[in-house]
Write a protein that binds this ligand. Structure first.
Ligand code: SF4
Length: 55
């Protein structure tokens, strides 16, 4: 929940400043091979399975 809010704020700020959107998958530990089969991949903005890579 708090993580979702953080990403929404972050993406909102990116949109305001016309920066490229950043997706959760870009930093997710499951974003390789067949580790994730979610349809949102690779452009998930909200994902209950998201785990930050390296944590
Ligand atoms: S678990 Fe979610 S955030 Fe991670 S790669 Fe899959 S769709 Fe993307």
């Amino acid at each position: 929940m708090l993580q979702d809010l953080r990403w929404k704020i972050r993406n909102l700020l990116r949109a305001i400043f016309l920066l490229d959107p950043e997706f959760l998958c870009d930093t997710c530990r499951y974003n390789y091979g067949n580790a994730c089969t979610r349809p949102e991949r690779p452009n998930a903005e909200c994902c209950p399975d998201y785990r930050r890579s390296g944590e």
